[in-house]
Design a protein around this ligand. Sequence first.
Ligand code: AMP
Ligand code: MG
Length: 327
Amino acid sequence: MVDIQADQPAVDEAVRQLKGGGVVVIPTETVYGLAGRTSDIGAIDRIFALKGRPLDNPLIAHVLDSAGASSVAAHWPDSAKALAAAFWPGPLTMIVERNQNIPARASAGLDTIAVRAPQHPMARAILKGVGEAISAPSANRSGRVSPTSAEHVKADYEGVREAADLLVVDGGSCGCGIESTVLDLTGPAPRILRAGSVLASQIEAVIGPLVGGSLPMSQVASPGTRSRHYAPMKPVIRVETGDVERHLAGSTDPVVVVGGSDLVVPSPHRHMVLSDSPEVAARVLYNHLRDADGQPGDHIVIVLPPDTPAWQAVRDRLIRASVSESG
Ligand code: AMP
Ligand code: MG
């Protein structure tokens, strides 16, 4: 059975298992990660197998700081140094050229590698204890909603034979609640591959203009940007605000509607209110989606928040989780 442990003994046990070639689940401020040492090919293979992650979807290497990043990168550019100074530790992942000493499998065979310094104190304590980079994709099974609590991880792996005895270090609920911003620094100009809590405008304030501004959806270089991703089990239908009433009128079963506080959702349907604050909405988003999955009704309805830069990341995850009613 999945083994949830908290506090210092959990950190010590995670360090012991990672040093011994194991794979453990660690809390970060974005989402929970399924972690193994970046230098350990056996652990990397186990991460892909346990998650059921496609072998062409590269992992993020987690480090303490710029010095740690320099050890996985062939070259740590000035732009990365400046961004690390501004946003690390924090939810910004940077893609740079991979150091040839790092196994190619750790970035799905690419010559580049994604690097981030997490902020969560337990993730940092584990990194210090292990003394080297740790690769960790989101700990959900592939294609599903990322876990933002130890209980989510347990729910995903309960009954999975290969995950028997999997250690989950319980660090509480994740503060950001969605995956990091992914920024590619290897092209002719930097560009965002995945929206996250660090906004395009904040990055531009440090290193100047990005290619494509804040439009990660137009990018295809990052396998995790495939559409249908981060999705609950039930079909999720995206409905325009003005069409919610009509949509619900056609549904005899109760339906969960995830959307802003201004929506009117008649009973027996249920309104799961998306906060008016993008930060708060992001923090509880995956909890809402998992919750909605567990409610009666054969589908989930979502109404997107406004199309503004501050909502980009939440909109991106909701769009990937859903299909539009209007096709
Ligand atoms: P996850 O760890 O599950 O949050 O996913 C990591 C994300 O970073 C995925 O979207 C990956 O495709 C992306 N990523 C990781 N490494 C690279 C890389 N070297 N080049 C492009 N995208 C990457
Ligand atoms: Mg993921």
